[in-house]
Design a protein around this ligand. Structure first.
Ligand SMILES: *[C@@H]1O[C@H](CO)[C@@H](O)[C@H](O)[C@H]1NC(C)=O
Ligand SMILES: *[C@@H]1O[C@H](CO)[C@@H](O)[C@H](O)[C@H]1NC(C)=O
Ligand SMILES: *[C@@H]1O[C@H](CO)[C@@H](O)[C@H](O)[C@H]1NC(C)=O
Ligand SMILES: *[C@@H]1O[C@H](CO)[C@@H](O)[C@H](O)[C@H]1NC(C)=O
Ligand SMILES: *[C@@H]1O[C@H](CO)[C@@H](O)[C@H](O)[C@H]1NC(C)=O
Length: 520
């Protein structure tokens, strides 16, 4: 007998091997993923697209583009020599020694589904909403979700969401309510970019359905522009706005890499592009309709972390508020969860901005742009008037909900138009006070040329942020319905391009319970 089998059969080694194998299945670290596709490693991708106008609605569809919701969802299947296909998970062997000509992508969403536009019926559509572009899009998202859904028990999930938003606002359009109320007077339009009638339009959308290439790489994408009728594919993208998300993965290896590009133009100087993990049902951040997404369990402060790899190629200029992480939720000023009543629901956002050119608006001379207090990791509270101790440069800007009744002066209230309801923003900048949570501590951390894998204690940090509540009301449960990475180019002075790769995204719920993977 040779040495090898004898070694393996020694009881302590065998035990160790068994333990390692067991750990691989039960995740001995005790963390459970809150997303359907932990770390973006699933070969059968689920990704969708949504475009929002200034107040997170549709307004009007772009001609020929249908309702601005689309999806690319597929499963990988093996075609055997006898011609039959075997759907679902690939056997380990074919993952390692795949032969691309024997693999197929079985798409679940047809281009006809993606092109569905107002007036066209689909399963589950409420006939009364066929003529309303806003409600139609919300129902189309739910329908695409039904095609993409992965029916894991107990929590089914649907897709990652690419979210694109046009920051133009035409005050005379009457399209956006003010803190959720129908606006009586048109707002001061000079405050918002708009080139004239039609500036709030939806974009052109091209979809490149995911394909598999000879070398076993899968690739697909969405792209387009807001300049309707511009032949940007032939002309190049000079002078017009552009957005693109390309996803790529080698079968059986690593994570999907989402490659993003966002470019502003003279007519569209304020654009946003994010990849979001949204709730799989109910509301998501800034969206007051039933949503579909990736967060099969909603993370609650303080017990969760967010992990991802971010590699920024181009920043998008001085106005690009690049969000290392943007979290969105909703609760009322009395601490109750939101219920879709836009008059009392309040969207709550917190964002860590990592563009080193972003200044701190909060300062000892501008207390109205700071939250009333900061809470240290040891739970010490520091008031913003404590000029010796308050970490002013840790905050870009704080603004309070426009419908809050008991605000502490001085205060600035958030833009009342850019959400379907009132909103509150807590915008952070890299600073040593965020270090204990694994967040960037210095300006430039994680920026161009400093690609990193982050493990952010988003739960711990967000449990200690100030958010407004009416005095004497029980603290709201901070349950987060959207976690996003991407940029908001906030009214650029010239055409700017941002470009970045995102991969390995995961949301980890801290738990001592062991985890049994879903049975297949
Ligand atoms: C890949 O699979 C196809 C069909 O099953 C077969 O004809 C071909 O020879 C295989 N190629 C390689 C490189 O194994
Ligand atoms: C946008 O996508 C289309 C279709 O996939 C492609 O032909 C075109 O080259 C892309 N445009 C740019 C500017 O990358
Ligand atoms: C695989 O093939 C595609 C398309 O032919 C190509 O763009 C890509 O660079 C190749 N990837 C690798 C890892 O060889
Ligand atoms: C970023 O994504 C693009 C497109 O998928 C790819 O060509 C490039 O190599 C990626 N860069 C890194 C560092 O992963
Ligand atoms: C600072 O602000 C707190 C809370 O608003 C207040 O109670 C306190 O009196 C203020 N201190 C000073 C020195 O103004």
């Amino acid at each position: 007998m040779d040495e090898h089998p004898k070694l393996l059969l020694q009881p302590p080694l065998l035990l160790l091997l068994l333990l390692l194998l067991l750990c691989a299945f039960l995740r001995c670290d005790g963390d459970v993923s809150a997303v359907g596709d932990p770390g973006m490693r699933r070969d059968g991708l689920r990704v969708a697209f949504e475009a929002w106008n200034f107040c997170n609605e549709v307004g009007a569809e772009a001609p020929g583009m249908g309702s601005p919701r689309a999806a690319d969802c597929f499963d990988l299947s093996v075609k055997h020599s006898h011609g039959r296909e075997r759907p679902g998970r690939l056997p380990l062997r074919s993952k390692l020694h795949y032969n691309s000509s024997s693999l197929r992508l079985r798409h679940r969403v047809a281009e006809a589904h993606n092109k569905l536009g107002m007036g066209q019926s689909f399963p589950g559509v409420d006939q009364n909403t066929l003529r309303n572009a806003d409600l139609y899009a919300a129902q189309k998202e739910v329908f695409l979700g039904s095609l993409c859904e992965v029916r894991e028990r107990p929590n089914p999930w649907q897709f990652w969401m690419v979210m694109l938003k046009n920051g133009n606002y035409d005050g005379r359009s009457g399209l956006c309510p003010q803190n959720g109320k129908k606006a009586l007077l048109p707002p001061d339009s000079r405050k918002f970019p708009c080139f004239g009638v039609g500036c709030m339009n939806q974009p052109v959308l091209y979809h490149h359905r995911t394909e598999i290439s000879e070398n076993g790489t899968m690739r697909g994408g969405f792209n387009g522009t807001y300049e309707l009728g511009s032949h940007f594919t032939e002309d190049g993208i000079g002078g017009v706005s552009f957005y693109e998300v390309i996803w790529e993965k080698k079968i059986g290896f690593g994570s999907w890499v989402f490659h993003h590009k966002l470019k502003t133009s003279k007519k569209y100087p304020w654009l946003m592009l994010y990849l979001r993990a949204d709730a799989t049902k109910g509301l998501s951040g800034g969206y007051h309709y039933d949503t579909r997404g990736m967060l099969k369990t909603l993370p609650e402060s303080p017990n969760f972390k967010v992990r991802f790899t971010l590699d920024i190629k181009q920043g998008g200029g001085p106005k690009s508020q690049f969000y290392l992480i943007d979290m969105g939720s909703c609760w009322k000023n009395n601490g109750h969860p939101c219920d879709g009543d836009v008059l009392t629901d309040v969207t709550r956002y917190s964002e860590m901005i990592i563009n080193p050119e972003t200044q701190s608006w909060c300062s000892p001379n501008n207390l109205g742009a700071c939250p009333p207090y900061h809470i240290m990791p040891d739970n010490r509270k520091i008031y913003r008037n404590d000029t010796a101790k308050f970490p002013y440069s840790a905050y870009h800007y704080y603004c309070a909900p426009g419908n809050a009744l008991y605000l502490e002066a001085p205060v600035s209230t958030c833009d009342p138009y850019s959400n379907p309801q009132a909103q509150e923003l807590v915008q952070l900048l890299p600073h040593p006070v965020w270090g204990p949570y694994g967040y960037p501590t210095r300006q430039g951390d994680g920026w161009i040329g400093d690609g990193r894998t982050w493990e952010l204690d988003v739960g711990g940090l967000s449990s200690r942020l100030y958010f407004y509540q009416d005095p004497g009301t029980p603290p709201a449960k901070r349950v987060w319905t959207s976690l996003d990475v991407g940029t908001e180019i906030f009214v650029s002075d010239q055409d700017e391009m941002a470009e970045w790769n995102l991969s390995d995204f995961d949301v980890l719920l801290e738990s001592t319970k062991s985890y049994f993977p879903p049975f297949h």
